[in-house]
Design a protein around this ligand. Structure first.
Ligand code: F6P
Length: 548
């Protein structure tokens, strides 16, 4: 494949492995996990892989060894190994934007050489990291003073999408390692409530805003940034305060300077880092401020360990590859619409939201790299909540509803907050849920409990509901890096199989353009006759009439 050209690919559904999988599916769809386990004592350990400290049990999936073999064939026939190398070596695999995809360079070794357009990008990555570390140390130590001479006690990240979800998720996930004497807040929504609530109890003299936006043109972020500027100046009264209370993370130095932020306090990144793949770039500045440069580096080493595993491990032992292939199996053969991500760790409460952008903005595509409409399902809907809360809410549907929802359980062997037997209770629930979903409860078992006959159907659990279990030792910065990189590469694997561009996001553009037009009309004379459909026109008119 040349630098930006579209690879010539046999349509997915014509690949021999795809056809073999279609046939094979007919044989597997009726098999029950109860039988698959009963006839195979080694299944629970054979269908499990450990890599970079993550134990991945995929035995509770509706697969046989033959399924795995055929899925791996599909990966090979789809050119996964070649495409993976193309990504790691900086080929412009984001073909619709003609960009390299190099989030892996953000955590590469210092002496690595990764070239984009003939230039090694690794030294620049380290330059920015050093700049971030220096800034973070000054703020954290109190050497950095605000306009009135006070140290910064509050950090507010303003950004949206990849410039928000990663920072919030990482802050929540690594709170245990964060500075408890500092306050960290995150403003993303253009709804003024977000800004108002995030700042109502903060002193502007002690507040540092980080304006995080790859493009520095995003409506929500720029609106919130201007509001933050006014909020600061209303109290600090001096334009020069902006330099002391604002830092920017962006690829757009020109717009940053126009906003009035000293470009010495600007932290750059590059067009080869996608927004949803940027939490380990300078977009992670708030994370570094919270947990410190050492912990941030340790997070990067976790990312790197998973990158190395993904790049070098044989496909059959490759955790992101297996995980990605299982998603394809359920989406395209079982017709599953969604995947539930269920972290049994309260610190990971924002992990499902983070994954939603990573997975759905990446693989929510309906045309192939060659521009053909696909004739198979692509990216499933990701959703979830931390356990055990979800158990008392939506698990009912997963256990006894009519839909097949593969689940990812994520658990840790050691807790960061050892309190009585909480952690044992928590983990008992992870194991119990996976077991209940897979094996269920038969009518005979229900009757044997003395259940009256009319109630039996209600109390039966059919089982045969698939899940993966990811078991890690402890939630550390390094472990978080590994976990995120695992999902990043799983998403990549799925995108390669589906022959789509996982790195563009054209689907968010139309709404942005229409909103701009509508803003003008709401602020001006209202919708011009015939400029919208009758529904949109009526809604806009009602809003204009009633808002005052
Ligand atoms: O609108 C989608 C999107 O472009 C995301 O891909 C991105 O993460 C987000 O908006 C924010 O973009 P920016 O960092 O340029 O403000």
């Amino acid at each position: 494949m040349s630098a930006t050209s579209t690879p010539v690919q046999t349509p997915l559904t014509q690949l021999p492995a795809w056809r073999a999988l279609q046939q094979h599916f007919e044989a597997v769809r009726t098999k029950h996990l109860r039988d698959l386990f009963a006839g195979d004592a080694g299944r629970g350990t054979r269908l499990a892989v450990e890599a970079a400290g993550i134990y991945f049990d995929y035995s509770k999936h509706r697969i046989t060894d033959e399924t795995v073999r055929l899925l791996l064939d599909l990966a090979r026939q789809s050119g996964l190994e070649e495409r993976r190398e193309a990504m790691f070596t900086g080929e412009k695999i984001n073909i619709t934007e003609k960009r390299a995809v190099l989030h892996t360079a953000l955590r590469a070794a210092k002496d690595a050489v990764i070239e984009v357009d003939g230039r090694n990008v690794v030294p620049e990555v380290y330059e920015v990291l050093d700049h971030m570390a220096d800034f973070s140390e000054r703020v954290r130590s109190g050497v950095w003073k605000g306009a009135t001479g006070k140290a910064m006690r509050n950090v507010v990240n303003i950004g949206i999408g990849g410039s928000d979800l990663g920072p919030v998720m990482a802050y929540e996930a690594l709170r245990h390692y964060s500075r408890r004497d500092m306050t960290f807040r995150f403003v993303s929504n253009v709804d003024g409530t977000d800004f108002a609530e995030a700042t109502h109890d903060l002193d502007p003299a002690e507040t540092l805003f980080i304006i995080s936006s790859k493009t520095f043109t995003t409506l929500e972020t720029m609106t919130n940034a201007q509001t933050a500027r006014q909020w600061s100046l209303a109290r600090l009264k001096d334009e020069r305060a902006v330099a002391k209370h604002f830092a920017a993370v962006s690829t757009n130095a020109e717009e940053v300077a126009k906003f009035g932020i000293d470009t010495a306090n600007m932290f750059g990144f590059w067009d080869w880092v996608g927004g949803r793949y940027s939490m380990d770039s300078a977009i992670g500045l708030s994370t570094m401020l919270a947990i410190g440069p050492e912990n941030f580096r340790s997070m990067l080493s976790g990312f790197h360990a998973m990158d190395e595993h993904f790049r070098t491990a044989p496909l059959e032992k490759n955790l992101p590859v297996l995980m990605g292939l299982l998603s394809v199996w359920y989406a395209d053969f079982f017709g599953s619409e969604t995947v539930a991500v269920l972290p049994y760790d309260q610190y990971l409460k924002r992990f499902p939201a983070y994954l939603q952008q990573l997975t759905m903005e990446s693989n929510g595509k309906h045309v192939t790299l060659a521009g053909r409409r696909v004739d198979y399902a692509t990216g499933p809907i990701f959703w979830g909540e931390p356990g055990t809360n979800g158990q008392h809410s939506f698990y009912q549907l997963i256990h006894q509803g009519t839909r097949l929802i593969p689940c990812d359980f994520i658990g840790f062997c050691r807790t960061l907050n050892p309190l009585g037997d909480h952690h044992t209770l928590l983990m008992a629930n992870v194991f119990a849920q996976g077991e209940a979903l897979a094996f269920g409860k038969t009518p005979e078992q229900v009757r044997a409990e003395g259940t009256p006959e009319w109630l039996v159907p209600h109390r039966v659990f059919e089982g045969n509901r698939p899940s993966s279990t990811l078991l890690l030792d402890q939630l550390t910065p390094e472990a978080l890096g590994k976990l995120v990189a695992l999902y990043e590469h799983s998403v990549f694997t799925q995108g390669v199989i589906w022959q789509i561009d996982s790195f563009d996001q054209w689907g968010v553009e139309l709404g942005k353009v229409l909103a701009k037009k509508i803003i003008g009309e709401l602020e001006g004379a209202g919708p011009a006759a015939g400029s919208h459909d009758s529904s949109t026109t009526a809604l806009m008119k009602r809003f204009r009439n009633r808002r005052s």
